[in-house]
Every structure is written in C-alpha cells, then in structure tokens.
Design a protein around this ligand. Structure first.
Ligand code: CP
Length: 319
C-alpha cells in the first residue's frame, strides 16, 4: 500500500465503512502484522486514544499497536476533553484533526458522536466500541478465524448469548463473507436490534451468506466451526429486568454443546465470567481460542490503523 496524503482520512465507525474487499484485506493484514510484516507505516504520526469507558484489551491493543507501527500516542481519559463542559463533537473533531492523524475512541455516548468527530477529512476516527457496534472486535474475530482456519469463507458459526454490540458487529461482518453461515441463539427480548438485523439480512441476500436468529436452544446446528459467546452484562451494564438471569440461564455455553460439534473452537471477546455465560472447563479448555483472540486484537488494531492511513494501489491519492 502507498501512504495516504493528509487529506482523505478513512474512518472506521461502523462495519459499513468497510467494503467487502476491505473486510477481508484488513483481517488478512492482521495475520501479516502477527508475523511482524510491516515497515512502521505510522512513523511520524500521532494517534489519540480517548476512552471514556473501561477497557483492558481494545485500549491496550490500539496503544501498543500504534507504538509498534511507529506512531506516538496521546491518551485521554474520561474527564480530559472539553466535551465534558459542552464543546460540540464537531468542534472537537475540527480541532483535533489539526493535531492528530488518528483518534481511537470509546465513548459512553451514541455512535452519532463519532460521526460528529468524523465530519472532517484529515484525522481518521476509529470506533473502539459504541452502544450499537464493536467493529474492531469483529475484525479481530475475523483475523482469529483466518489465522486458525486459513480462510474467511465457508465458515459456520454458532453465536449464543445477547444480541449486543459484539454480536451486531459479528453479524454485519460475517454476512459480508460468501459461503458463511451465522446462527444466533439469543434470549427472548435480547436479540439483535431490528434495524441492524435487517441490515445483516440484506447483506446476506447480496453475498450468499446465511444468517439465522432464534430465541431458544432447541435443534442446535451440527458440526459448526466455532461457538461464540460474550459476557451477559456488556461493559458491566446491568439490565432493568430483575429476572434477566432466568431468561439467560438456558443460553450458557457448556461442554454439552460440543456433543453436536466435536471439532468446534470456542470464541469469547472477553472479559469473561466463568459460571455465567460460559463454564470454566470450556473457557480454559483445549477448544478455547479466547486468549489467542485477545492477542489478535492488537494485530488487528495495527491492521486497522494501517488501513486508516493507507490507500490501495491504483487509488488516486488526491481523490
Ligand atoms: N473485548 C473488549 O472489547 O475488551 P475490552 O472492553 O477490555 O476492551
């Protein structure tokens, strides 16, 4: 890839910001980053990392990844920016874009806030998790699948758990890959948001992928390649329904699920609560790729940063 000129930054706020080709390219680039195949493409650039919410993996992945690619870092905590005192997202984006090359952000606010920052064309904005989507998690998941299976097509995944932002990004990513089947088993009342499910179904119709969502654990698919779950209380947020645990209980991932798919690997975006969404013997067992997946967050973050600041061969640098 050739280096991008100061004008024309790419933003990654939703999976929609990536073409089908980009998704595969970024996932594969994560595997190349894992092999150390890069030439410090962010040398001389400055990456801002603004986390208004807690994070162990994503914040460290982007911070360490940016440093490894040659960038310098500015880290902002939840109380640091004048957003707290009422400065608009648009003004914040205009100001920071004169000083930063990339802003990686996890906010407590709606994804629309990030679009406000991205209303300029100099600084790339990366969504490090919003209420709606967790696109960089989905890309790390694809890098993990690619590194393990050696392909990103014709994979069959079973997702068990809440239709949260990780599930949404996974659905929006997997339905871009031909031959893929994603079956989601989500507790009643905790499925994918209707608008995002509709987008995933429309993509599947276009690409030939299959997406199925059910709200029970009956007639599970056989011989899936991977079984994926996430924490029941995403980012530690409690649920208004006091009986939610009763609704979620049948959706715990235990070794019993491997009766149907003895060769499946296990995926979890972490952090995990052993004994809640997954039993300890599964999370710490031989099928688990959860900690390999966590490490891939850094390689995938490096691929995302490189994508943000690069243009494909043949692309007009002034376009
Ligand atoms: N999976 C994930 O996003 O982890 P963190 O919240 O620790 O970044």
């Amino acid at each position: 890839m050739t280096r991008r000129q100061p004008m024309g930054a790419r933003h990654l706020i939703s999976m929609d910001d990536l073409s089908d080709t980009d998704i595969v390219a970024v996932a594969r680039a994560g595997a190349r980053m894992a092999r150390g195949e890069h030439d410090h493409p962010l040398a001389g650039q400055v990456v801002g990392v603004y986390f208004a919410r807690t994070s162990t993996r994503t914040r460290t992945a982007f911070s360490s990844g940016a440093l490894r690619l040659g960038a310098r870092l500015i880290a902002y905590g939840p109380g640091d920016l004048q957003l707290n005192t009422g400065e608009t997202t648009e003004d914040t984006g205009r100001v920071l874009s004169g000083m930063l090359d990339v802003l990686v952000a996890r906010t407590a606010a709606d994804q629309a806030e990030m679009r406000g920052w991205a209303g300029q064309d100099r600084m790339s904005v990366v969504n490090a998790m919003s209420a709606q989507e967790h696109p960089t998690q989905a890309l790390a998941d694809l890098t993990t699948l690619y590194r393990h299976f050696g392909r990103l097509h014709d994979l069959h995944l079973l997702y068990v758990g809440e239709g949260n932002n990780t599930a949404t990004a996974l659905a929006l990513a997997m339905t871009r890959l031909p031959g893929t089947t994603l079956e989601l088993r989500t507790p009643p009342g905790y499925g994918l948001p209707a608008d995002l499910a509709a987008r995933a179904h429309a993509q599947a119709a276009r690409t030939g992928a299959v997406i199925v969502e059910r709200h029970d654990m009956d007639q599970l698919p056989k011989d899936v390649d991977a079984i994926y779950t996430t924490r029941w209380q995403t980012t530690g947020t409690s649920k208004p329904d006091p009986d939610w645990r009763t609704v979620f209980a049948p959706f715990q991932v235990t070794a019993d699920l491997w009766r149907h798919s003895p060769h499946a690997v296990f995926l979890h975006d972490l952090p995990a609560h052993r004994g809640e969404e997954v039993s300890a013997d599964v999370l710490d067992g031989p099928a688990s790729l959860a900690f390999f997946q966590a490490e891939n967050k850094m390689y995938s973050a490096m691929a995302v940063l490189d994508w943000c600041r690069s243009i494909a061969p043949g692309e007009d640098e002034t376009a």
